[in-house]
Design a protein. Structure first.
Lengths: 615, 396
């Protein structure tokens, strides 16, 4: 009913249930894959002559694949395990019930709200793509991140581990561009304290470092470069933090909280444990009262750390690192408010990644010795065979760790494949329409007759449409909200039907007792681009005939006083070629986004095709 | 030198990012007046030669999107009280515009709102008791109280939100395009004033179309009359003191001839300089050849004024209605503006009572209250409060 939009809540029970079901199904597939891989590995090792010898005779450390772990440079290992755990944590966060429906509208698009238009276009494209297939997209984000995290942790040093780093960098880039709107670097109010230049940017850097050949970790050059790069970033962020006119020096301005105090106050309102919100709001009060001093401390801390890191002097690096870690910890708790509360938190924000990169850089200043690196475990080369036998030999010789890494890659594929398949269709998932209005009610009884005039003044009766499927709805030609959306859903359904549209009549009956002339139906058609749709009929007539057509289909059209729109049912009927009503669809169009329109159109098409088959 | 490079790069990068995140300062287009022209609110009132009055105000408040509703109130000629007369059947969130045609007929048009792109029309001949709703205007009405105007002979002229000027001889059942903003701006008359935007339309006493707009050339009042196939710039000449001002036409109406007064065109002008805004009234009985200009009313930094022009050619304005409310009225041939006592809180527009006395119509959420200023009094007296059942949530 116009004015009664149900909207599409991120806690919509149908969407949440579908999301959980998708995660459960894919989780079972993931476990099955582990079982299959394990059984195949054992089977091949037993079956293949020398299969056991190709690997090891038992579950020794070498077979498990962790024997050579000590050869990996400490900095790299920290990045690999640290960011692996972060990805896993992020994946778990992505499994929160509100994510599937809530991420595009409440996380992705708001992140770009203050960015330039071109950034908004890029981000909104991603948000729209997600919203067309929220279940598949939500589940894909879970499994891709869990898979990358597991891959990073489990992959044995070598090409598999480097590939995991590249995957981490690639996915991090996707998240940084589409999920974080380039970390907000093109938006005003950029500040390191709130996560600039975006947590995912640090995931990208870490991934690229992991992807480097191990020889780059054999000198202190990588560590110096990493710490220098961090110093450069912090210097820039210190300048931005100190820049006048950006609101960070004022705790309050014009009676309102200053930039930082406002941000922190907003974070403290996020659903979270009470003691945390109290702590964060106390800090917001402190900043509100002493904004200049707080910003001065922040600027000095950032500048001093930057100067020390850029100097490259060893005696300064350790205290700089300690200072940076302290800043990160305080910022993470008091300003970023841990970043992952509220039901739609996607990651613990930027301070943990920054700290990991800084410590990794410091550790890389003391490189691993070349001989130690030489002992890193490699896949045991299979005896010279060809084709399938060679592959089977390599598989049999793989360590448990390599096998688990392969499983991690499979987890990524399990998440990505359904999303890729869904994206191949331009139509939105039907679950969106079901989430708004529930399922169609299947019926089978004779449709009440009507005789009215179409937008060209020709008389049209239901009997005259016999032989075709009739998609019937009731529209107010001067409606400002729902009816134009429903008309667009009918138009989209007509396009989706393609050649089958010849067997379908799209029929709307005027649902306004006041504005009901043919002039109005024609103008409505022009407004909605329906004038040239050959199978579109917008019917009207004398009030008595309209009232009969409303009553027989259970439609009410109530005139509201004082400038209110006509209140009428948003409903659609599917009538088969024999004149029987086959389905009744609750047709409140919800928020009327591109995805909801596409989903409702798809629902119309599906029920129309069913009616064609039934007739 | 190499050690200096990283910090320099960091500062440069920070500057770049700061620049990326900054919004450029707004600049006025070259040739345009240095100050913005004023645009009136849709809240207004009018009266007919028979003594009936009508008023349009915005009600409901802004509790959520589309919970404001524009309402029409009518006071019949023989009644001291107002009643709600908003035509039913269409949402009024986008705005309501009314125009008197002939002596007793009133036509209303709903401005487009949300996904509605055209304007449903409704007409009444019995003070809003019954409405006829068969006409419409597509594209929709422009954003101004003078976007729709009626003539004594029953013709309508409308300004659309796409800048078209359309006329109708059938109470809106059929429309014919008279001109467009682009073609009027390209005409000799349009070029003479540097026409920038159209604000409203009307009729001369003789029934020739009038169009009002804003000129880029300072000191010029953009009022155009259509006669013998050409447009003439007929706006009144402003005093020399206002020759550098940006001039807006806040109101334009031609009143019908009555037993006591002849038909004449009334225009309310705002002349804005850096020092502030002055409001002037101008009257012409001969289609704009000769104008009588009122003294200037100092309006300070007025914004979104409410302007009303009544049947006898008198006019009232409410200045800065959102903050300190100042009201003033001026009668035909009056020597000066009559500044009214401080208006009651929430005054949306001024109107005329049954005895010709000024009324202030205030709005607070769902209540419209009429206050009257009796002759010789300096106090507004409450005369009526109308409670309206606002259809909250019906347009969401």
């Amino acid at each position: 009913m116009p004015g009664m939009n149900s909207g599409l809540s991120d806690t919509n029970p149908i969407l949440v249930a579908a999301f959980k079901a998708a995660l459960l199904h894919q989780g079972l597939i993931v476990l099955a894959l582990l079982l299959v891989l394990g059984l195949a590995w054992i089977g091949v090792r037993e079956w293949l002559p020398g299969g056991r010898r190709a690997g090891a005779s038992s579950f020794s450390a070498a077979t498990l694949g962790w024997a050579g772990g000590s050869a990996e440079p400490g900095g790299r290992r920290l990045l690999r395990i640290g960011f692996g755990l972060l990805w896993i944590f992020d994946g778990i966060l992505q499994a929160q019930p509100a994510m599937a429906a809530g991420l595009p509208a409440q996380v992705i698009e708001p992140s770009a709200a203050s960015s330039p238009v071109w950034v908004q276009h890029v981000v909104n494209w991603a948000g729209t793509s997600w919203s067309f297939h929220p279940i598949q997209a939500g589940a894909a984000a879970v499994w891709i991140q869990l898979g990358i995290g597991a891959w990073l942790i489990l992959a044995p040093p070598g090409w598999s581990s480097r590939l995991a780093g590249l995957a981490s960098a690639g996915w991090g880039l996707v998240v940084w561009v589409f999920g974080e709107a380039f970390g907000g670097i093109f938006a005003p109010g950029l500040t390191f304290l709130f996560g600039a230049p975006g947590a995912a940017a640090f995931y990208c850097v870490a991934g690229l470092l992991i992807a480097l050949p191990l020889r780059h970790w054999q000198s202190d050059r990588l560590g110096r470069l990493l710490l220098g790069g961090l110093g450069l970033l912090l210097a820039g962020m210190a300048v931005l933090q100190a820049w006048p006119g950006r609101g960070f020096w004022q705790g309050r301005a014009h009676g309102q909280p200053g930039t930082l105090a406002g941000m922190v106050t907003s974070m403290s309102g996020t659903p979270q444990p009470h003691f945390l919100s109290t702590l964060v709001s106390h800090f917001a009060s402190l900043d509100g009262a002493h904004g200049f001093a707080v910003n001065l401390v922040a600027v000095i801390a950032l500048a001093a750390t930057a100067a020390a890191l850029l100097s490259g002097r060893r005696p300064l690096l350790r205290p700089a690192l300690v200072l940076l870690l302290a800043v990160c910890l305080v910022d993470w708790i008091l300003i970023e408010d841990f970043g992952f509360f509220g039901g739609l938190g996607t990651d613990p924000n930027s301070m943990i990644p920054v700290a990991l990169l800084a410590v990794a850089g410091y550790l890389a200043l003391t490189p691993a010795s070349a001989p130690a690196l030489a002992t890193e475990p490699q896949l045991v080369p299979a005896p010279a065979r060809s084709g399938a036998m060679a592959a089977a030999g390599a598989f049999a010789g793989a360590s448990v760790r390599a096998l688990l890494a392969l499983w991690a890659v499979a987890i990524v594929v399990v998440g990505a494949a359904p999303m890729a398949a869904a994206q191949a269709s331009p139509d939105a998932s039907p679950v969106i329409a079901q989430a708004i209005d529930g399922d169609a009610a299947p019926l089978n009884f004779a449709a009440p007759s009507f005789t009215l005039s179409d937008q060209r003044g020709r008389s049209v009766s239901l009997a005259s449409l016999r032989g075709k499927v009739v998609l019937l709805t009731y529209l107010d030609p001067v409606c400002t909200s729902d009816c134009p959306l429903i008309a667009q859903e009918f138009r989209a359904a007509d396009q989706m039907l393609g050649a089958q549209a010849h067997n379908v009549e799209m029929v709307a009956i005027v649902a306004n007792p006041v504005y009901r002339s043919v002039a109005y139906t024609r103008t409505f058609d022009a407004q909605e681009g329906l004038s040239r749709l050959p199978n579109w009929l917008f019917l009207t007539g004398p009030l008595s005939q309209l009232q009969q057509a409303w009553k027989s289909y259970g439609i009410s059209a109530e005139t509201l006083p004082a400038g209110g729109m006509i209140a009428h049912n948003d409903i659609a009927f599917v009538i088969d070629g024999a004149g029987h009503i086959r389905a009744e669809l609750n047709f409140d169009p919800g928020p009327g986004t591109a995805s909801t329109q596409s989903s409702f159109a798809g629902e119309l098409v599906t029920t129309a095709q069913q009616a064609m088959r039934q007739a | 030198m190499r050690r200096l490079l990283p910090p320099v790069m960091a500062v440069a990068a920070a500057l770049f990012v700061a620049a990326c995140g900054s919004k450029p300062a707004a600049t006025a287009p070259s040739g345009a007046p240095a100050v913005a022209v004023l645009a009136p609110t849709l809240a207004t009132s009018g009266s007919s030669g028979s003594g009936a009055s009508w008023a349009i105000v915005d009600m409901g408040g802004a509790a959520s999107a589309y919970d404001n509703f524009w309402e029409l109130f009518v006071r019949p000629a023989d009644s001291p009280t107002w009643h709600l007369a908003t035509p039913t059947g269409v949402a009024s969130n986008g705005g309501l515009v009314a125009a008197a045609t002939g002596a007793t007929s009133l036509v209303t048009g709903f401005r487009p709102s949300q996904k509605l792109t055209f304007s449903p029309l409704a007409s009444t001949t019995d003070a809003g008791m019954q409405w006829s709703q068969s006409a419409l205007l597509s594209p929709g009405l422009g954003d101004g109280p003078d976007a729709l105007a009626g003539s004594a002979s029953g013709q309508l002229i409308a300004l659309t939100d796409t800048g078209d000027v359309e006329t109708s001889t059938s109470l809106g059942a059929n429309w014919a395009k008279l001109t467009t903003q682009r073609s009027l701006a390209a005409s000799a008359a349009g070029r003479a004033c540097g026409l920038q935007a159209l604000a409203g339309a009307g009729w001369t006493p003789a029934g020739s179309p009038l169009v009002a707009g804003s000129c880029s050339k300072p000191g010029m009042a953009g009022i155009f009359a259509y006669s013998a196939g050409t447009w003439q710039l007929i706006g009144p000449a402003l005093p020399a003191a206002l020759s550098g001002a940006a001039v807006s036409v806040l109101g334009l109406a031609t009143t019908v001839s009555t037993a006591t007064t002849g038909a004449r065109t009334t225009a309310i002008l705002a002349a804005t300089t850096r020092a502030g805004t002055s409001v002037l009234a101008a009257w012409s009985a001969d289609g704009g050849t000769d104008w009588q200009l009122s003294p200037a009313l100092a309006a300070g930094r007025a914004s979104s004024p409410s302007v009303s022009i009544w049947a006898d050619g008198s006019a009232g304005v409410v200045l800065a209605p959102a903050s300190r409310r100042t009201g003033a009225m001026i009668g035909w041939q009056a020597a000066s503006w009559q500044t009214l006592p401080t208006l009651p809180a929430g005054t949306a527009t001024l109107a005329i009572g049954s005895g010709g006395e000024p009324q202030a119509l205030t709005v607070r959420n769902a209540t419209m209250t009429a206050w009257q200023l009796s002759a010789g009094s300096s106090q507004w007296t409450l005369v009526q409060a109308v409670q309206v059942t606002i259809p909250y949530g019906s347009s969401g």
